[in-house]
Write a protein that binds this ligand. Structure first.
Ligand code: SAM
Length: 322
């Protein structure tokens, strides 16, 4: 796949919404997802102005704290390196030579181990899978830049979940990503560095151009059917969307329009969520599928993957799915 990486930073991503309806600008946020400046705040109520100013103050403080932490970390690193160097220089010539050789050998061994790990992951993802998942990136034009960056991180978490699964000798899913367009490429390069080298099927083509429609099952919380058992011939599609519940029923509508089967993860029968929403993130869906594909019950997969903050408790034990 010829991936053009001329733009490396999301700020420079093209924002051609073309045929897609423009997004409503959130309060204090421009259509391109960035915060407005004070001068653009006229025309909104005083309370709203105060809220925006407070959010900006908090964001600035957070940024300053983050930068200070980074600076401190860099300082410690420099100090440690200087101490190491001073210790090294005090060594007699013979020991110095030995230290140099030992360090070179350790680095070589580390690189070889890393290469071996990568080869194992590549082989497992390409030749040793039983079930398939596809992430449909056909939504890039409908997300704010902040959401696109969050999606890119979720893709990286999804890939990492597959990698970890191979490292612990579990069977990974075969993963494809469809619809990698010019909007998302620079975002991926910024927030999911190294994505071009992931041993998964990366495609600029749309979902329908990538897989046979008959084999696809679009996963969506709004489906009537429940995913009970995984089918090795099916391709489970997860919508590459981060929308904070803004694009309601979007995946269900798309699947229906394209004539693709749908199914939902059956959370209600297995667990109850006190705070969270049953609409899951992309990486949580992928991680749940990975665990289910390795023989874990749906309930255990939900319990393992979903964050504690969702306030999870188990549904009646006799009632849950295998
Ligand atoms: C953050 S959700 C997107 C929510 C979006 N409003 C929609 O219409 O689906 C990202 C994707 O995860 C999958 N997903 C999330 N929760 C799910 C559930 N409970 N069952 C099945 N799929 C789910 C869907 O494929 C969905 O497109």
């Amino acid at each position: 796949m010829g991936v053009a990486l001329s733009r490396l930073f999301w700020e420079k991503a093209p924002r051609d919404h073309g045929h897609v309806a423009r997004l409503p600008a959130a309060r204090g946020e421009r259509e391109d997802g960035r915060r407005t400046g004070q001068t653009e705040l006229q025309g909104i109520s005083k309370n709203a102005q105060k809220k925006v100013a407070r959010e900006k103050r908090l964001a600035d403080r957070k940024k300053a704290r983050k930068e200070e932490k980074k600076r401190q970390k860099a300082l410690v690193k420099v100090q440690k390196r200087a101490e190491r160097q001073a210790r090294f220089e005090k060594l007699p010539a013979e020991e110095r030579e030995r230290a140099i050789q030992e360090r070179a050998a350790a680095m070589k061994a580390g690189r070889a181990e890393e290469r071996e790990k990568r080869a194992k992951v590549k082989d497992a993802l390409q030749n040793r899978t039983r079930y398939s998942v596809c992430i449909d990136l056909g939504w890039n034009d409908q997300m704010f830049e902040k959401e696109q960056r969050s999606l890119a991180r979720q893709l990286a978490y999804s890939y990492n979940a597959l990698r970890k699964c191979v490292e612990s000798d579990m069977v990974p899913l075969s993963m494809s990503i469809a619809g990698i367009d010019d909007v998302i490429k620079p975002v991926l390069s910024f927030s999911a560095q190294g994505w071009e080298t992931w041993p998964v099927k990366l495609s600029e083509n749309s979902l329908l151009e990538t897989h046979e429609k008959e084999k696809m099952v679009y996963l969506t919380h709004d489906a009537e059917d429940v995913l009970q058992t995984m089918d090795p011939d099916a391709i489970y599609v997860v919508g590459g969307i981060v929308d904070r519940n803004r694009l309601r029923c979007a995946t269900m509508d798309k699947a229906t329009r394209l004539g693709i089967k749908t199914a939902r993860l059956n959370l209600d029968r297995n667990i109850s969520l006190q705070h969270g929403t049953p609409v899951l993130t992309v990486n949580h869906c992928v991680e749940i599928l990975v665990n289910a594909a390795n023989g874990m019950s749906w309930r255990d997969a939900y319990l393992k993957v979903l964050p504690v903050r969702k306030g999870i408790s188990t549904a009646k034990s006799s009632d849950h799915d295998r």
